[in-house]
Design a binder for this molecule. Structure first.
Ligand code: ADP
Length: 802
């Protein structure tokens, strides 16, 4: 039993020993000495795979043993359930674990009974905004991968969330786990924490670059790995590791590439290396594993993964189902899968060591800066850190790939010899502060401008900056924006300026919307409100186009409104008859169509728009004029180059959504818009969430009638199920889905009620003879007797044919 451990639940020491933790690793020992089991705050900056998780567990378990409650903040949603599963092994010592996923608008009340809660920083932020009562009970918070405060999109949320938790709970133990970074001391300073910093690794790591016929390592050693002209460098390196027996077996490899699609194609290609090297026994076991993978879901991804796994190769990325991920990880650890091609996303979070790590791509496409950008040193170091399995390999090898001598030199300078970058706060930027200032005021963390600034003084930004005025200046700009858009009220009468969130400001904060998204949506909804041509769209509203206040926005909107045609139902795509929704008012307001709503949400900053490729500008400009009457809000002039391009990019995104809601095949959509199936899902999910928010916001807009709200809901439901309007009822039955709903509909079964009455042979025929599926669907539709016993499958085939 690790000797220095006390203050943990009885039996934990023995359990650790049984897991193979005979003694603490040196950084863990240092953490204990720094007081991590006595409630001390700590920053642990140590290399990947050096046992950071155990440091966190020691902190949480000891805190719980003293009667407390712990929160573990994960950097990625995909890691939440994995961490939960890991911590669940403490349940036998009476420690309960809960994971908080799902919508960003609930307060997760049930979590109050859990000892350890696992969640992303966005989820924690939203739980605070929605007033989760148990937040006050926390005694220990762990922030995994805290160096991600450097990320311009997600970092500010982590930073502000930690500041809020520490504000609510002055005695809170904060344990921050970090990769080795340039300035861990600054993070420790910010969190008032002890610092444990170390380069120690459980197994020696050699890092090098492969060029020509050899790898050159940082320790001066060389390894010949010849690559024939025209052969693939990665394949040769994977083969070389597999053909070198160090412990009675060849070594496995982990190949890092820059996109999900590349991970999939790399895995496919590497089956040529892994397949021929499998034993008969391994083939049998892999075939079983492939079947298990196919059983998880019947998607293309599942099929592709299973095909590769049968040959001993696999891919791994955040788009995989979590069951798929753990099957792959387990089989890789068992050495059954010989090579995994992965995106960097999970490099840090997943414990999948390999003898050899190959960093194939060191650049990736960057939407913000455009073009291919080199990865951060920190990221590459984290990938390399996955090399070497303690107890199995003599050392780990991490290899970067160069195709010419200059690149070899560059890779040595840029990554092998380089120190990881220092972490820098990205908080003092308008988009980040817009949302966090509103939430900070709405959740009662600040009631005055001074109070707000003093709250922001608890952030990493404030710890790092020399420019004291900058945060205040950006905060003031943001306050102006929030004020003008009606999200906060300022009271400048007293000595210090009072701040309060308005009703709608509270709603926006709880909905977890970027205030700029909310402003855009509200603006769009105002154009459909009754009498939009006078007070609605005008007033003091500032359009959220990123271009700042436009003084004549109201006048423009007036002019455009008069051009809108009267809405009739037949204007809608397909002219679907739908009697139940009722006819809207024939006011001079635009027709509310799904495309109009999809465009509205696609142009908010909460949506990543699709990029315009060559030829797209012409195509979508045409669409823009053809469907002009459907847009909510004024179309920018073609002469406003940037705004117009943005508008078209949002239109392209909206068309993707419209295709999805019109039952266009997933593969067709992927091809038409140049995206992967995972991207379609992502766009659809985001739009669904924003439309749900739009429905809530609509209630706060004067003049928006019930009919508009119904249309917003319908447009959202069509996205949820990916179907046209007439299938909404059917597709809502569990296990039906868009394709089966269409086939049922074509067989004359048009609703849930029809499913309860229909001839079972017809149902079975429409479902292509899948009996278990048919029975499940009938049961879910509420049929009294869903059994298909005695239904003649031959008759069902002919029934479907008619
Ligand atoms: P990190 O979070 O730093 O990347 P992990 O916490 O995932 O690293 O630890 C890597 C591996 O080392 C895990 O399999 C873990 O069980 C093991 N491990 C951690 N501490 C010890 C220890 N003291 N003795 C033996 N193995 C350990």
């Amino acid at each position: 039993e690790p000797s220095s451990l006390s203050g943990l639940p009885a039996g934990v020491g023995e359990a650790l020993e049984a897991e193979g933790v005979a003694e603490l690793y040196p950084p863990q020992e240092a953490a204990v000495e720094a007081g991590v089991v006595d409630g001390e705050s700590l920053v642990a900056a140590v290399p990947t795979a050096s046992g950071k998780t155990l440091i966190a567990e020691l902190a949480m378990l000891s805190s719980i043993e003293r009667g407390g409650k712990a929160l573990y903040i994960v950097p990625l949603r995909a890691l939440a359930s994995e961490k939960k599963a890991e911590f669940e092994r403490w349940e036998e010592f009476g420690v309960t674990v809960g994971v908080s996923t799902g919508n960003y608008d609930s307060d997760g009340e049930w979590l109050a009974s859990r000892d350890i809660i696992v969640a992303t920083s966005e989820k924690v932020d939203s739980l605070i905004r929605n007033g989760a009562p148990w937040i006050d009970d926390l005694t220990c918070v762990v922030s995994d991968e805290v160096h991600l405060v450097d990320d311009s999109h997600r970092g500010p949320t982590l930073e502000v969330t930690l500041a809020k938790l520490r504000r609510v709970n002055p005695g809170l133990q904060t344990v921050a786990l970090s990769a080795t970074v340039g300035n861990a001391d600054v993070i420790a300073d910010w969190l008032d924490a002890e610092l444990v910093e170390s380069d120690w690794r459980p197994i020696e790591l050699r890092t090098g670059v492969h060029f020509g016929n050899a790898i050159e390592f940082d320790d001066g050693s060389r390894r010949e790995v010849p690559v024939e002209r025209g052969a693939d460098q990665t394949a040769e390196l994977v083969a070389d590791a597999l053909d070198t027996e160090e412990d009675g077996q060849g070594g496995s490899s982990l190949v890092f590439v820059n996109s999900r699609r590349n991970a999939e194609s790399s895995a496919r290609k590497l089956t040529d290396v892994t397949g021929p090297r499998l034993t008969g026994d391994e083939r049998d076991r892999l075939r079983e594993l492939a079947e298990e993978i196919r059983g998880v879901s019947d998607t293309d991804t599942s099929e592709d993964l299973a095909d590769a796994v049968e040959e001993g190769s696999a891919f791994h990325h955040a788009g995989l189902a979590s069951e798929h991920r753990s099957l792959v990880e387990d089989a890789f650890r068992d050495r059954l899968i010989k090579c995994v091609s992965a995106t960097p996303t999970l490099a840090a979070g997943v414990n999948t060591p390999a003898r050899r790590v190959i960093v194939r791509d060191w650049r990736r496409y960057d939407g913000e800066f455009g073009g291919m950008q080199p990865l951060d040193v920190l990221e590459v170091h984290q990938m390399c850190g996955r090399a070497g399995r303690p107890g199995l390999d003599p050392y780990g090898e991490a290899v970067l790939l160069a195709s010419d001598a200059d690149t070899r030199e560059e890779l040595f300078d840029r990554y092998v010899w380089a120190e990881a970058e220092p972490v820098r706060s990205k908080l003092a930027a308008e988009p980040a502060l817009r949302t966090h200032v509103l939430a900070t005021v709405a959740s009662g963390f600040a009631a005055t401008r001074e109070g707000l600034l003093s709250f922001l003084d608890n952030t990493l930004y404030a710890t790092q900056t020399d420019d004291e005025g900058r945060l205040a200046a950006v905060t003031d700009t943001v306050l102006d924006y929030l004020d003008v858009n009606g999200f906060v009220e300022r009271d400048r009468d007293g000595g210090s300026e009072g701040l309060a969130a308005t009703g709608i400001g509270h709603t926006v904060s709880r909905l977890y919307l970027d205030p700029m998204s909310a402003a855009e949506i509200l603006d769009g909804l105002r154009t459909v409100a009754d009498g939009a041509d006078d007070e609605g769209a005008a007033g003091d509203f500032v359009p959220a186009d990123g271009a700042g206040p436009a003084p004549d926005a109201g006048a423009e909107a007036d002019a455009d409104d008069s051009g809108f045609t009267t809405y009739t139902r037949a204007d809608e795509e397909g002219g679907d008859p739908a009697a139940e929704a009722g006819e809207p008012d024939a006011a001079a307001a635009p027709a509310v169509t799904p495309l109009g709503l999809y465009h509205l949400v696609s142009r908010t900053p909460d949506t990543y728009e699709l990029y315009l490729k060559s030829g797209d500008r012409e195509e979508y400009t045409e669409v823009c004029y053809e469907r002009e009457t459907e847009f909510l809000g004024d179309v920018p002039s073609e002469y406003e180059d940037v705004r117009f391009e943005d508008w078209l990019a949002a239109l392209k995104t909206a068309r993707l959504l419209e295709d999805w809601a019109n039952e266009v095949d997933e593969d067709r959509i992927a091809e038409r818009y140049g995206v992967g199936p995972g991207d379609i899902r992502g766009k659809v999910d985001t739009a669904e969430w924003l439309l749900r928010a739009a429905e809530t916001l609509a209630r706060d807009v004067e003049g928006v009638d019930g009919d508009t709200v119904v249309r917003v809901r319908e447009a959202r439901k069509r996205l949820e199920y990916g179907v046209r309007e007439e299938l909404l009822d059917l597709a809502g039955v569990r296990n039906v889905g868009r394709k089966r709903a269409r086939r049922l509909y074509e067989a004359g079964i048009e609703s849930r009620a029809d499913l309860r009455e229909a001839d079972k042979a017809v149902v079975l025929g429409a479902l292509r003879g899948r009996e278990r599926t048919a029975e499940r669907i009938l049961e879910n539709a509420g049929r009294e007797d869903p059994s298909l016993d005695g239904v003649d499958p031959d008759r069902s085939a002919s029934a479907a044919a008619t």
